[in-house]
Design a protein around this ligand. Structure first.
Ligand code: SF4
Length: 342
């Protein structure tokens, strides 16, 4: 069995600097690393003046519904081959994948594989897309691009489930092989982003704007955590910002459950999600969804046509139970619902 360091190859997204140092271009931290050192994510490292990046393994893979990622305006009702690696460029105290996002504290060994093998597995299982998820995909963008190229060759779509800490170099590198990008917007308070997640809100905003402007299909999710990011003022600020980017960006509001280093915080009450949804709709967003609220009545996960108020896609949990959209995502009333529908 190979170690994580052995499961690496020279990165694409980096620059060589004087003195054998490297500057990584994969995420907005832009780590400068001397020979023998590693970036903040711990998985990209300088070996003799070359930046090495993870390659040739996964931490795990599963056939997941597209709705579980969550993407609601991208191939609804389809299933994906979701895979992850190890490591993250953030250190969120409420992380819900901490056993694989912390490369040093990981709970299991890497499973060695190849891009073509993952693509073949997705095709043989009748899946529609491959998704880099479970850990932050930007830090392993080189590997994701390899898997996505193989998947695209087989006619599959591709997706990132990411914190959005993107650079222009990473977006340009991924644009030829990546279709859908889900970004986790964790807060709208720069101090909390820095202290609790280890990232800069300003750079997440720049990442969102870049992803949108680059033409990826973008959906945003926010885990509402009591006392952290669930105030009406913060919800309104996030919603106004997203609506300013585009009223058509789907925003998924999901409920927190105590995890990792945030075990002393209560689960999110359903009322908080419902209030946040109302505030977001008032700020102009047209597609706002509430997740993790089973049994709280219909409509919270359904896609509703903004022109005629018909339910065009109905969901229960991760299952699509009805879809009356025509080709290209057109409602029977003629309104085109934004997204990628086939
Ligand atoms: S991916 Fe981000 S955190 Fe990791 S080395 Fe590159 S710039 Fe640093």
């Amino acid at each position: 069995m190979h170690s994580l360091r052995e499961l690496s190859k020279e990165a694409v997204l980096y620059q060589k600097l004087a003195g054998g140092k490297t500057r990584c271009l994969a995420c907005a931290h832009r780590c400068v690393t001397a020979p023998g050192g590693a970036g903040r994510c711990g998985v990209r490292f300088n070996q003799g003046g070359a930046l090495m990046a993870p390659w040739g393994y996964i931490s795990g893979a599963a056939a997941d519904p597209m709705e579980k990622k969550p993407f609601f305006h991208a191939l609804p009702g389809s299933r994906t081959l979701s895979f992850g690696m190890f490591g993250c460029n953030f250190h969120c105290e409420f992380c819900q994948n901490w056993d694989i996002s912390d490369a040093r504290g990981r709970s299991h060994a890497p499973a060695e594989t190849a891009p073509e093998r993952l693509a073949r597995e997705a095709l043989s299982r009748g899946l529609a897309a491959v998704v880099s998820t479970y850990n932050e995909p930007l830090i392993t963008a080189d590997w994701a691009a390899g898997v996505f190229a193989a998947a695209r060759a087989g006619g599959l779509r591709t997706a990132f489930v990411s914190n959005g800490y993107a650079t222009p170099e990473a977006a340009a590198f991924l644009r030829p092989c990546l279709d859908f990008w889900k970004v986790d917007l964790k807060s709208f308070d720069p101090g909390k982003y820095r202290a609790v997640c280890g990232g800069e809100l300003e750079k997440v905003r720049a990442g969102l704007e870049l992803i949108k402007a680059s033409g990826f299909w973008l959906e945003v999710v926010t885990l509402l955590i009591p006392g952290f990011n669930d105030s009406a003022a913060e919800t309104e600020a996030m919603a106004a910002y997203l609506a300013g980017l585009s009223r058509d960006i789907p925003w998924h509001l999901t409920a927190f459950h105590p995890d990792h280093r945030m075990t002393g915080v209560a689960p999110t009450p359903p009322e908080t999600l419902l209030r946040a949804r109302d505030l977001a709709l008032k700020k102009g967003l047209r597609y706002v969804y509430c997740g993790n609220l089973p049994g709280r009545g219909s409509g919270l996960e359904d896609t509703v046509c903004p022109a005629c108020s018909r339910k065009v896609v109905e969901r229960t949990g991760f299952a699509v139970t009805a879809n009356i959209l025509g080709p290209g995502g057109v409602c029977p009333c003629g309104e085109k619902i934004p997204g990628v529908w086939s």
